[in-house]
Design a protein around this ligand. Sequence first.
Ligand code: CO
Length: 216
Amino acid sequence: MADHSELISKAFENNERWIAEKEATNKEFFKHLAEGQSPEILYIGCSDSRATAEDLMGAKPGQVFVHRNIANVVGSADLNTLSVIEYAIGHLQVKHVVVCGHYYCGGVKAAMQAQDLGVLNPWLRYIRDVYRIHHNELDAIADEDQRYRRLVELNVEEQCINVIKTAVLQKSFVRTGTPTVHGWVFDMRSGRLIDLKIDFEKKLKDIREIYDLGAG
Ligand code: CO
């Protein structure tokens, strides 16, 4: 017997209401939407159902190109994320890339535990690698909750660096001075977005000695 999900059964009714609301403020809303997109922001966030993308920053349809996966990871051989970055920067020419993590992230929590999670192991290894890079700082934090929060922040920072390592970002930045990369954390206990104030240009300069892909 199938489960009668209230959201599933109401989705189409909700959709009709949403259309009416959009058209009430702008009769041409959907006509414009169909004409194409030129988003200013590429948002890379966690798939967590509580950490929505557009909603929490008040963005409208057409403004943000969104990619979400477990623990907002930018893997060096993940064709999915890398294709999103390539398309967003190389073709849509977004002006900003946001990597947004969140406290209470199950993916980050899982990576802090000694357990075999099957096919999730290689994915969580990206986060374990972040732990390894920063283990001196993290191991010095006695409180486990604080250590967990700090790993969420450091994971955002490292994933920002992974965005900066891509050729498409380096070439675009040398040519046009954009995009800028931002690291944010969503604190769902307060609902607040926190800017980690990552010094993007310094990070870019720091990694180029090793990761320069010939952008000039
Ligand atoms: Co998460």
